[in-house]
Each structure stands twice: as C-alpha cells, then as structure tokens.
Design a protein around this ligand. Structure first.
Ligand SMILES: [Zn+2]
Length: 227
C-alpha cells in the first residue's frame, strides 16, 4: 500500500475501513488524510520471536505539487480523541443536531412510524364501531385518551426526522450515546463525524516528541456551524 495517489484512486467506490480517513485533514497543508502503516521500530519482547509491532496511522496525502506527508497520527488515538469529543458535544444541553442532508436517510424509521400511526388509527376506528354498536361511548373516549397522544408523538417525531440529521438525532436521543455509537455501522459513524466536525492534525512539536500516549493537543476540532 505504498501507491501514493494510485491508492487514493483505487479507493473509488470502495467503503472506507477507518473512522477518519479522508475526513481528518492535515494541519499544515489542509490535505485529507489516508490510512498508512507504521512500525514501532523496536522489537517488542525481543527473544520471544514476536514480530515488530505495527500500527495504523492517519497521514497527510499532500497537495499536488507540494511535498506531502506533513503529519501522521496513530489511528486509534485520533479515533478516540474525536469520538470522545463528539459524544461529549452531543451530550451538551445546548447541542442541536444539524439539519438533514438528504431526505432519504433513515427513511426506515419514518416508515415504521407511519405504519404505527396507521395501525393506531385502524384500532381507533374499530373501537369506534364497537362503541357505537354496544352504545358505550366511554370505551371510545378511554381508548382515544391513550392512543391519540401516541399518534401525536409519532407525528412530531417524523417532523423532527424530516428536519434534523437522523443519525445525530439518534445519538442525542439515546439513553447512552456511546452505546448507540458503538452499535452504528462504520459508514454511519463516518457520516456523523462528517456533519459535525473537521479534525485537523497538527505536527508534533518539540514538547510532544517521544510522547507515547494519546496527545489530544495535537488535534484541532473545527465544529461545523448549523446553517
Ligand atoms: Zn499536509
């Protein structure tokens, strides 16, 4: 996978396998990042016959005519920094989900809600007929008290789904945003990142040299503004 631009070209049509490739950008030149592999250099547990450990990095692809490869960052570290920040952001009380990008996203939930409304209405119709037949209007009123608010809630929810990005809304409404996040397929997680934030990787400064742990200071998060 040392193909440079050909690697990017070959990507066409294939799904991304990492959360932030082509989403995170280089803090020096603004180019997107791709996934690369780095060796740790030292053999871990020498004598045990273990191969040198390798890990994935996000690295700058460079701009045409430029030098490229300005920054590279441990893939798991960047994923964790961005995920933690994003879930914290979604959990803030004043957070508002961005508007939906495309109408058809998550049409599935809306279809389910519409079916629910339809069956609730059918139920009320049946109750109404039965109430008329048995001359028990109280039965109808009682059922309306239960079912009408449910229909109303489903209709409001459909309106929300039409207006806001459904995947972000799903995380915001989840009891645990992190659990909901972990259950999302990668493509959905990538979508959520893309509509909310641009992570910018800074080069390692003198202070960060040789630091092994997660260094969140190397990442600038540019939150997208709602329009
Ligand atoms: Zn760069």
């Amino acid at each position: 996978m040392n193909g440079g631009t050909s690697t990017t070209a070959k990507r066409r049509g294939r799904p991304h396998r990492y959360l932030l490739s082509a989403i995170a950008v280089c803090g020096v030149c603004g180019a997107p990042t791709r996934i690369g592999t780095q060796n740790t250099g030292a053999r871990r547990g020498s004598g045990t016959g273990e191969p040198p450990s390798r890990y994935k990095v996000y690295e700058c692809v460079g701009i045409s005519g430029g030098t490229g490869f300005h920054v590279s960052m441990h893939q798991e570290h960047l994923d964790q920094i961005v995920t933690d920040a994003l879930l914290a952001r979604i959990g803030e009380p004043d957070f508002h989900p961005p508007h939906a990008l495309s109408e058809d996203e998550d049409g599935e939930i809306r279809r389910a809600l519409r079916l629910e409304i339809k069956s609730d209405r059918a139920w009320l119709d049946a109750v109404q007929k039965e109430a008329a037949r048995s001359k028990r209007p109280d039965v109808l009123i009682q059922q309306q008290r239960i079912v009408l608010p449910r229909i109303q809630a489903a209709e409001t929810r459909i309106e929300e789904l039409d207006e806001f990005d459904p995947l972000v809304l799903k995380l915001k409404d989840a009891q645990s945003a992190r659990t909901a996040w972990e259950r999302m397929p990668l493509t959905q997680r990538r979508h959520v990142v893309q509509v909310l934030v641009v992570p910018r990787i800074r080069p390692i400064d003198a202070e960060g040299q040789g630091r092994r742990g997660i260094n969140a200071e190397r990442v600038d998060l540019e939150w997208r503004r709602r329009d």
